[in-house]
Ligand binder design. Sequence first.
Ligand code: ATP
Ligand code: MG
Length: 210
Amino acid sequence: LTVPPRRPGRTRLGVMGGTFDPIHHGHLVAASEVASVFDLDEVVFVPTGQPWQKADKRVSAAEHRYLMTVVATASNPRFTVSRVDIDRPGPTYTIDTLRDLRQLRPKADLFFITGADAMAQVLSWKDASEMWDLAYFVGVTRPGHELAAPYQGDGVGLLEVPAMAISSTDVRRRSAAGKPVWYLVPDGVVQYINKYDLYDPHEDDDADDG
Ligand code: ATP
Ligand code: MG
């Protein structure tokens, strides 16, 4: 792994996209580790609007996913949350996320963070070949998934991060079944899920493995 050198006059901004339904410690550990290894000044978490890959699945309201992401990241001075994807109408495509962030943060070099499962699909994303010009891609390990670079080039790096065998799907299922989700997600997120009864079993008939 070669970490791209810091460029004069530029800040380094990590971008962690996700559905975050809910955000969990796998997301947070991945972002923290990439920030450390890549010397990032900030990581912005970007909850998706309508995730196009999950169009046929039930996804919690964007505002709930956004607020849980805010709650989970509030204590870290380098973590922020962006509304660009949830405020853009229509399905969320990463190319649009990157274009919007480039415009909003012209002095920042972008580092898009993605887990092994998502990395395996990157080439199928809209305007994939243009994404490498907008951001450096950091693929991180995830238990149960093989990590590989989506193309040969120097715009991508692979990083091993502490293994967190946690998925939002599993958190939703556990919550719906009345099992504890303490320590899988931050305390404030457990309380937020309970407060709004987010994963009521009767509302979650079509949970998935994705
Ligand atoms: P779901 O089960 O609903 O798909 P998820 O746990 O996969 O949820 P997402 O919001 O889909 O979470 O993932 C956002 C990003 O975080 C993706 O790039 C994904 O690969 C990465 N990611 C999620 N969980 C982990 C984990 N435990 N370790 C490393 N990366 C992860
Ligand atoms: Mg997922």
